[in-house]
Write a protein that binds this ligand. Structure first.
Ligand code: ADP
Length: 260
């Protein structure tokens, strides 16, 4: 039997505050296979970030279970890497020293880590910027540097929380294309949270639509682009396929229903 990489089993999550309690997620059930790219869409406040916090082990379900490789998540693990909206690069460190932050904190062999960081940055097109400061890089280059920093710890699951939303539209399109390509080539399992429907569809093998709070799974859509042939198109080319508009309309209508 193949164990799913990620599994949510009947997960409820309540936040308790002095003002009362909020049911943020209700009866969340889904599985993600190794190497799959899943997007989660839903309106602001529907529990998308909460879902990622559960996966990263930062919070525990009130009821139910979150499993990685068939084992209950009990806390943060180096197996899970994060990419956030803000790249959080340290301005006083060079790009390569930013990428080395994780190995340094973990106490890894720094010689090997440096070779790995340099190889990753070079592969991501930043070979000429190893010793530059983050302020010398464009927004898209900074996000690639942030990805290298995450990949330096060799996670096998990547959680992407609106990672492109601080970028301008053009950069956003091309960096999503590049980063999607890197994640697929490296056979990572990825969960992307976004409120951008085209981005969710263009990058993923499946799109999970969450209802408004308390977030429940409204639907799950398998995304395939047979018109493009056997190879999955990159996120840029996916937007040009004949299948794309119909996926967009379906997800759009599902989210619109909640506005009414
Ligand atoms: P999204 O990422 O979809 O915008 P969140 O997961 O951030 O949604 O939040 C889901 C709901 O839970 C929201 O109503 C939010 O106000 C509430 N919430 C999030 N974090 C906390 C917290 N630490 N304490 C109390 N309520 C929270």
């Amino acid at each position: 039997m193949i164990v799913p990489k990620i599994e949510f089993r009947h997960v409820n999550l309540r936040y308790f505050t002095p003002k009362g309690e909020t049911l943020a997620l209700r009866d969340i059930n889904f599985k993600v296979e190794q190497g799959e790219f899943v997007s989660i869409v839903g309106q602001s406040g529907c529990g998308k970030s909460t879902l990622l916090s559960l996966l990263s082990g930062l919070i525990k379900p009130t009821e139910g279970e979150v499993l990685i490789d068939g084992k209950t998540v009990t806390g943060p693990s180096p197996q899970v890497g994060f990419m956030l909206q803000q790249d959080s690069l340290f301005e006083w460190r060079s790009i390569v020293d930013n990428a080395l932050l994780g190995p340094e904190i973990r106490g890894d062999d720094m010689g090997a880590a440096r070779r790995k960081a340099e190889a990753l940055l070079t592969r991501y097109g930043l070979g000429d910027f190893l010793h530059s400061k983050p302020s010398e890089l464009s927004g898209g280059m900074r996000q690639r540097a942030a990805l290298a920093r995450t990949m330096c710890l060799t996670p096998d699951i990547l959680l992407l929380d609106e990672p492109f939303s601080a970028l301008d539209f053009q950069t956003r399109l091309s960096i999503a294309d590049e980063i999607g390509d890197i994640i697929r080539k490296e056979n990572k399992t990825a969960v992307l949270v976004t409120h951008d429907i085209p981005e969710a569809i263009a990058m993923a093998d499946r799109v999970i639509v969450l209802s408004r709070r308390p977030g429940r799974i409204k639907s799950i859509h398998d995304i395939a682009f047979p018109s493009h042939g056997n190879d999955r198109p990159g996120s840029f080319a996916a937007r040009e396929t004949t299948e794309f508009p119909s996926y967009f309309n379906t997800v759009w209508e599902e989210l619109e229903v909640h506005v009414e």
